[in-house]
Design a protein around this ligand. Structure first.
Ligand code: ATP
Length: 242
C-alpha cells in the first residue's frame, strides 16, 4: 500500500485563462486527517474535486490510494471515497434513510447489513432514527449535514473527502459533531482530506495541515510544527485568523 492516500504529480489546472495550479506536487499521508487551509479562491475545493475526478486536470497525474485516477475505472475508484460537501444537498424526493443507504443498495447489501451500519452511524452522529422516514426538507440544516456525513461514510470508504462538511451546524453542535467525528475516526481509522475555513477546526481535527496560497503550497506539517514555526507570513496570518 502506498504511504500516501493522495498524490498530485505535476498537476496543472486552468479554468479558461486562469491558472489555479501549475505543476503542483503534493502528497497527503495515509490514515491521517489532512486539513487543507488557505484564503478563499486558493484552490482547496478544486484539489478535492480533482481527487474524486469531478475535475480532470489538464496536465499531470492524480493518484488515489496508490493508483492513478483512470476515466475507465472512475466509478469503481469513487467507491473507495466518501464525499461530503456543504452545498451538495440530499436527493429531495428520497427519504433520509434512502439518501443514506443509496450506495449500499446499489452495492447489493442485505437489509440486515444496511440496518446494522445505519444504527452505528446514527449513534455516532447522534441522529434520531425517527428522522429516517422524513424527507430532506423536513430536517434542519445541521441534521442534513450529519446525514450527508453518514452517507459519505456508509460504505466505510478508506478515503473520506470533506468540503466544509461541518460548517452548517451551530457552535455547540459543532463541538459535538467534531467529537463524534474523532470517535468514529478512532474506531474506523481512514484517510481524510478536510477543506475548511475554520482554522480552529483544522488545528483540532487534523494530524497534518497543508497551508495554501493561490496556486502554491506554502507549508505543510503537523499542526504543532506549523504553529511553532510558520514558514511564511501568510501562514502566520492564517493562524491568527482564529
Ligand atoms: N468551474 C469553475 N470554472 C471557472 N473557475 C473556477 C471553477 N471552479 C473554481 N474556479 C476558480 O478557481 C479558483 C479556485 O477555486 P476553489 O473553489 O478551488 O477555491 P477555494 O480555495 O475552495 O475557495 P473557497 O474557500 O472560497 O471555497 C477560484 O478563483 C475560482 O473562481
Amino acid at each position: 500500500m502506498s504511504e500516501f492516500c493522495v498524490e498530485f504529480r505535476q498537476v496543472s489546472q486552468f479554468f479558461g485563462r486562469q491558472c489555479v495550479f501549475k505543476q503542483l506536487d503534493l502528497q497527503l499521508p495515509q490514515q491521517q486527517v489532512t486539513a487543507l487551509v488557505g484564503p478563499s479562491g486558493c484552490g482547496k475545493s478544486t484539489l478535492l474535486q480533482m481527487i474524486n475526478g469531478l475535475i480532470w486536470p489538464q496536465a499531470g497525474e492524480v493518484r488515489v490510494l496508490g493508483v492513478p485516477l483512470d476515466w475507465q475505472r472512475l466509478s469503481e475508484q469513487r467507491r473507495t471515497m466518501g464525499y461530503a460537501v456543504q452545498h451538495i444537498g440530499l436527493f429531495p424526493h428520497w427519504t433520509v434513510r434512502h439518501n443514506i443507504c443509496v450506495m449500499a443498495i446499489l452495492e447489493g447489501w442485505s437489509s440486515e447489513r444496511q440496518a446494522a451500519r445505519l444504527d452505528k452511524l446514527l449513534d455516532f452522529m447522534q441522529l434520531d432514527a425517527a428522522l429516517l422516514e422524513r424527507y430532506p426538507h423536513q430536517i434542519s440544516g445541521g441534521q442534513a449535514q450529519r446525514v450527508g456525513l453518514c452517507r459519505a461514510m456508509f460504505l466505510d470508504p478508506p478515503l473520506l473527502l470533506l468540503d466544509e462538511a461541518f460548517s452548517a451546524v451551530d457552535p455547540i453542535t459543532k463541538v459535538d459533531v467534531h467529537a463524534r467525528f474523532q470517535a468514529i475516526q478512532a474506531e474506523e481509522p481512514r484517510s481524510v482530506v478536510l477543506v475548511t475555513h475554520d482554522m480552529q477546526e483544522a488545528l483540532k481535527l487534523a494530524d497534518w495541515l497543508v497551508a495554501l496560497a493561490p496556486g502554491a503550497v506554502l507549508q505543510q506539517g503537523t499542526p504543532a510544527q506549523i504553529q511553532a514555526q510558520p514558514a511564511h507570513p501568510q501562514v502566520a496570518r492564517l493562524l491568527e485568523a482564529r
